[in-house]
Design a protein around this ligand. Structure first.
Ligand code: BYC
Length: 315
């Protein structure tokens, strides 16, 4: 079949909401965009374990420790589903890891900020996982089958993550003056970086147009960001806290919250490797990979031994 016809058939499937599966024909650029987005999403889950991992030994009770440990383990699982989904497009796990370690692949800007107090665990759960869910609920309907199915499983766990984060902040908000101040301080520090998770403004987003046409993205960066602001601006009232934005105001005509301008210079600085913790995060990931070499070698040797044995049995 001619390329033009293949492209038309492909777009027709997308328009009819038929999922694209690994063995289906797809344009090269569709494959590349999915590899880029899915692998960056996987890297975000894996790098995203670091800021919270930092608090596992310092969680204030055994119960909090067990919950945080489970959450961080969930993130490792999400990373693995996503690496597997990307592998179905013809890239290997090694290539993806190499792209992360050499700085060729991005991961979410949010994980380049430090976690200074216990309240940050609450703010990450409520705001960071909250932003991630808004994005990922949309991605449950993305056009690439393996990505969409991974998202459905991940979203179930993310909603638990968000609630546990809110609950941490709720307990602090009912506590002493110091605890209340710690809660407000964490919200102040995580609010703007959470808004940046949705990416640049639509007018500055080079990938959104094509990704919407291919239904890799179903909503734009600005649409999702607005949905997030509308949700959090109401939830923060329950905590008796505020969001650090003097321009935040309900717009009766638009039926949305109006909010202030994001510091885009800070966003691009962090995305381009110059945020407060970029170097520390990459260093930690590379070290973990090097330290894990003996495990990978042992697993490969064991698999080879088993293969050898079973091929002898068959022979
Ligand atoms: N940070 O054209 P655009 C989690 C890049 S983890 C860094 O709008 P696109 C969790 C973008 O990649 C869940 N880079 O791009 C884990 C592009 O650069 P390249 C994380 C960003 O792809 C542990 C350029 O800027 N979620 O929940 O159409 C603990 C132009 O942007 C960012 C995901 O990964 C950013 N914030 O849209 C707790 C969601 N924003 O690649 C929680 C999956 C933009 O062309 N990804 N860039 O060099 C997506 O939905 C989309 O990729 C984005 C960006 C909305 C992020």
């Amino acid at each position: 079949m001619e390329l033009k016809n293949l492209e038309q058939l492909f777009q027709q499937k997308i328009n009819d909401d038929i999922k694209i599966e690994p063995k289906d024909w797809m344009p090269d650029a569709y494959r590349k965009t999915n590899i880029r987005q899915i692998s960056q999403h996987a890297h975000s889950e894996i790098v995203g374990m670091l800021p919270e991992g930092n608090w596992i030994t310092r969680a204030p009770s055994l119960k909090r420790k067990a919950i945080l440990l489970a959450k961080v383990q969930d993130e490792a699982g999400h990373g693995l589903y996503l690496y597997s989904a990307a592998e179905t497009l013809g890239i290997s796990r090694e290539e993806m890891i190499d792209q992360l370690h050499t700085g060729k692949a991005k991961y979410s800007s949010i994980f380049n900020y430090p976690t200074l107090t216990w309240a940050d665990m609450g703010a990450i759960g409520w705001l960071v996982d909250g932003a991630a869910i808004i994005n990922q609920i949309m991605l449950c309907r993305t056009s690439y089958g393996p990505y969409s199915r991974a998202m459905i499983r991940i979203c179930k766990e993310e909603s638990f993550h968000q609630r546990q984060g809110f609950e941490i902040l709720w307990v602090l908000s009912q506590g002493t003056e110091e605890q209340k101040a710690m809660c407000q301080d964490a919200i102040n520090r995580w609010w703007w970086p959470s808004l940046m998770m949705f990416g640049p403004k639509d007018s500055d987003s080079p990938n959104t147009g094509q990704s919407m046409q291919w239904k890799i993205k179903i909503k734009t960066n600005d649409e999702l960001r607005q949905q997030f602001v509308d949700m959090i601006a109401e939830q923060v009232k329950v905590l008796g806290m505020t969001l650090p934005d003097p321009y935040l105001q309900w717009d009766e005509k638009k039926l949305h919250y109006h909010f202030g301008e994001i510091n885009w210079e800070e966003f691009w600085n962090v995305v381009n490797g110059n945020g407060p913790c970029n170097k520390q995060r990459l260093h930690a990931r590379k070290k973990a990979h090097e330290d894990g070499l003996w495990v990978r070698e042992a697993a490969a040797a064991y698999a080879a031994k088993r293969n050898n044995k079973s091929s002898k049995v068959v022979a």
